[in-house]
Design a binder for this molecule. Structure first.
Ligand SMILES: NC(=O)c1ccc[n+]([C@@H]2O[C@H](COP(=O)([O-])OP(=O)(O)OC[C@H]3O[C@@H](n4cnc5c(N)ncnc54)[C@H](OP(=O)(O)O)[C@@H]3O)[C@@H](O)[C@H]2O)c1
Length: 288
């Protein structure tokens, strides 16, 4: 439903990404005026109708950001390395590029900064990606700008890995496969991000409506594909050994994503429930 936020202007950084696209749509749906930062406007074709203004800039290069926050009330950032292969580190992007944006936001008198980190970050801070994100959260907390830190559980987009393994005939899970989590759809998370402006919390933990263990996720993927379930349980010692080897033998850009997933899939990740989209429906959609 449209609300009366037409006077509020928001800058979305990360708009070309999985979450950012939903966030742009949600801000527009709730009546905001939306500017987006991108390094390539071609990636915005599918959400062009929800954008009022495009600012072309390179968030890692502060000189390209002058004026980006002019007349902006709220900055939202989901900028971070996931699958990008630019040769940059988490520190360069998740921390320092977001800091470039924060510096401009402060200079250009923005009132609020919403940033997307990860759920359970305090426990996971020893991981490279989390450390970079939390360094930025520290900067946000030190600054005088009002801020909201969103701490989401895993995204549905990442559950595609389970689906793809099932498609190939076998799903590999860690340990006995009983670690639980409640991943969230991008649309639900985007709504939580925009709705956060109406809460008083400075930090918001958020997960989806289904609490599932890895065996159940694998089983669901096989069900949707009408395939006989084949699940292999990887013993924990093998996970630990692999973690040690990738950390020792490969550069950060290789081991960074691996250490994150190999760690979060070996603990319970149960966040407060939010949203309405179910993983089964997401699997049905990607099956099409
Ligand atoms: N996936 C999860 O389970 C999960 C869970 C919790 C938190 N998060 C975090 O949530 C955030 C959003 O995730 P997502 O899935 O939406 O990620 P995504 O699809 O990869 O989007 C990331 C955004 O960051 C931008 N970006 C990355 N590297 C950049 C660079 N060097 N220069 C400029 N822009 C750059 C991308 O721009 P381009 O399109 O131009 O590359 C894109 O707009 C990430 O920080 C992620 O770590 C993810």
């Amino acid at each position: 439903m449209e609300t009366s936020n037409t006077m509020k202007k928001v800058l979305v950084a990360g708009a070309t990404g999985y979450l950012g696209k939903y966030v742009v749509k949600e801000f527009k749906k709730q009546g905001y005026w939306v500017r987006v930062l991108t390094r390539s406007s071609e990636k915005l074709t599918s959400i062009r109708e929800f954008i009022d203004e495009i600012f072309i800039g390179e968030v890692t290069k502060p000189d390209s950001l002058h004026g980006i926050c002019k007349d902006i009330d709220i900055v939202f950032s989901s900028i971070g390395i996931t699958k990008q292969k630019d040769g940059l580190s988490y520190k360069d992007v998740d921390y320092l590029a977001n800091k470039n944006l924060l510096n401009v936001a402060i200079k250009e008198s923005v009132k609020k900064f919403i940033y997307v980190s990860v759920f359970n970050a305090r426990r996971l801070r020893h991981l490279k990606i989390v450390e970079a994100k939390e360094c930025f959260v520290d900067e946000l907390n030190k600054s005088k700008i009002e801020s909201i830190v969103i701490r989401p559980n895993g995204f549905f987009s990442d559950m595609t890995e389970f689906f793809n393994m099932a498609k190939k005939g076998r799903v590999y899970v860690f340990g006995d496969g009983n670690f639980k989590g409640n991943p969230i759809h991008g649309a639900d998370l985007a709504k939580a991000c925009v709705d956060s402006l109406t809460f008083n919390n400075q930090e918001i933990d958020v997960g989806g409506p289904d609490l599932l263990n890895q065996n159940e996720i694998a089983q669901m993927a096989f069900d949707v594909l009408n395939k006989k379930p084949r699940i292999t349980h990887i013993p924990d010692w093998l996970r630990k050994l692999s973690l040690f080897l990738v950390r020792t033998l490969t550069p950060e850009k290789t081991y960074g994503p691996l250490e994150f997933f190999m760690t979060v899939l070996a603990i319970d990740m149960i966040a407060p429930i939010y949203g309405k989209y179910h993983l089964r429906d997401f699997f049905m959609e990607i099956k099409k």
